[in-house]
Design a binder for this molecule. Structure first.
Ligand code: PXG
Length: 465
């Protein structure tokens, strides 16, 4: 692989970047001081930076490059589509072939009667669409007051005002994103941090039943929908106890509220099933999709909608909603090619049958490490809870995230992208990662955990709160 594709020294690139590029979720001043890592190339599961350093990307970009980097077929699909029809919209009774083909394909792949797609440019936009869909649906059914959507603390549903409101990230909501009216949050099913003395199973039931309590408190005639990620991703790969989802499904059924599964991360194979909803056996009325739909090669998101909801919306005259890039032909062509590869190369089956179990065994064994209290893994998404005291599940005395950030730094130094959320370490590698690459991932993770352990002991940070 030719390692350096740019013709400017890294420092110059970093200086220009810090001077003119405002980064998401990044402290600008820190960026100016340290400089961003400049990624120049990628192939398979490996990134290359502007210094020629190779890094194993155990986050698949931002949880999205499911089929891995460097697939020429997707570049060809994009180029072909750009030459033929680079853009046309889907408003006002027009359509085009890629959007028709992708919609039919998604209807075929999606569970049950999720046969209709409303397109967006991203997961955030798709969740904004969902707010509109749910409220318009209930209004059309003669229940305009049924406009409350229940979500969860520490959920991530995007960065727009709608997505940020649905999400439960106070760090976002405190920065100019006050929660829009009629969104209500219940607690998350994070047993490690919040389970106290309850067993995981009892805790799962308790957290699910908060939904029922909220419905009673708010009024069953006011609540239109519940939205959740099958496995919380950005919140720290929080895998709910086994009792959680069946109870949530029971409550949604009993009160007739719409269930929205945000499959932006879980969708398209991440859990070892095509959708996280299938992994948990839940039956959403709407699924949010993005990321793995195109493996991140082109921006695209959407809402997969069931027959009944689509029927009500379609019968309601114009749905006054849409984005210039809803159903963008190039993104649709890329997504179609991505889905062809996922299917024909049996990538999800391989995760389910072979590489997922292989990774799970090694990942779970990391609980032998003195720093690791809990290892969680579903398919190709995993987390480790770092702790100074396993038996009590204690947090560190240092501010939340101090140890996690140290560990992420060690990972970077060892050629591994493993992220931290607070003091949880998380992975979400490309689904095509093979067993020898999994060995490398684990070796580098262990090395980084060892170095973190040494460092925090030396700095007096290995102390329970
Ligand atoms: N829903 C879920 C479940 C997500 O994970 C979105 C919606 C929003 O999608 P867009 O395409 O608008 O970003 C996401 C996105 C992180 C991180 O730090 C996670 C996401 C995005 C950026 C960073 O883990 N998830």
């Amino acid at each position: 692989m030719n390692v350096i594709t740019n013709h400017m020294p890294t420092q110059d690139l970093q200086r220009l970047d810090a001077a003119h590029h405002m980064h998401p979720f990044t402290a600008g001043s820190e960026l100016a001081e340290k400089g961003a890592r400049v990624i120049t190339q990628a192939k398979g599961v490996t990134l290359t930076d502007s210094e020629g350093v190779h890094i194993l990307d155990a986050m698949a970009g931002l949880w999205c490059v499911n089929i891995g980097y460097g697939r020429d077929e997707l570049a060809e699909a994009a180029a072909r589509q750009m030459r033929e029809l680079p853009y046309y919209n889907t408003f006002f009774q027009t359509t085009h072939v890629p959007v028709i083909a992708l919609s039919a394909k998604l209807a075929e792949l999606a569970p049950r009667d999720l046969n209709h797609v409303f397109y967006a440019g991203s997961g955030s936009e798709a969740n904004d669409t969902n707010i509109r869909l749910v409220r318009h649906y209930w209004a059309q059914k003669g229940q305009p007051n049924r406009n409350i959507i229940i979500s969860r603390k520490n959920a991530y549903h995007g960065s727009t005002l709608g997505g940020g409101s649905l999400g439960g990230m106070s760090g976002m909501q405190n920065q100019g994103c006050p929660v829009i009216p009629d969104i209500h949050h219940i607690d998350q099913p994070n047993w490690w941090s919040e389970g106290g003395d309850l067993s995981p199973e009892d805790f799962g039931l308790e957290r699910a039943r908060q939904l029922e309590t909220a419905i009673h408190d708010l009024g069953p005639d006011r609540v239109g929908a519940f939205i959740a990620e099958p496995v919380q991703g950005a919140g720290g790969v929080i895998v709910p106890p086994s009792t959680y989802w069946p109870e949530i499904q029971r409550i949604c059924d009993e009160y007739g509220i719409l269930l929205i599964a945000d499959e932006v991360i879980c969708g398209f194979g991440r859990t070892g099933h095509l959708f996280g909803s299938e992994y948990y056996g839940i039956r959403p009325h709407i699924m949010t999709i993005a990321k793995g739909l195109s493996s991140g090669y082109a921006p695209i998101g959407g809402s997969l909608v069931c027959d009944e909801v689509a029927q009500v919306i379609n019968d309601g005259g114009d749905f006054n909603h849409g984005y210039t890039y809803s159903g963008h032909p190039v993104s649709c062509a890329v997504a179609l090619e991505n889905l062809r590869i996922l299917e024909e190369e049996k990538i999800v089956e391989t995760v389910h049958d072979t590489t997922g179990p292989y990774l799970a065994e090694k990942w779970n064994a990391l609980t032998d490490h003195p720093l690791v209290g809990e290892a969680k893994i579903v398919g190709m998404m995993g987390s480790l809870a770092l702790t100074p005291h396993k038996a009590s599940r204690a947090a560190f005395k240092s501010p939340v995230g101090t140890v996690g950030l140290h560990c992420r730094g060690k990972c970077f130094g060892n050629g591994l992208i493993m992220r931290h959320v607070g003091d949880r370490m998380i992975i979400s590698p490309p689904l095509v990662i093979n067993t020898s690459e999994i060995d490398t991932l684990i070796d580098r993770a262990v090395q980084s955990l060892d170095e973190t352990y040494d460092l925090i002991r030396a700095e007096g940070l290995y102390e329970p709160a």
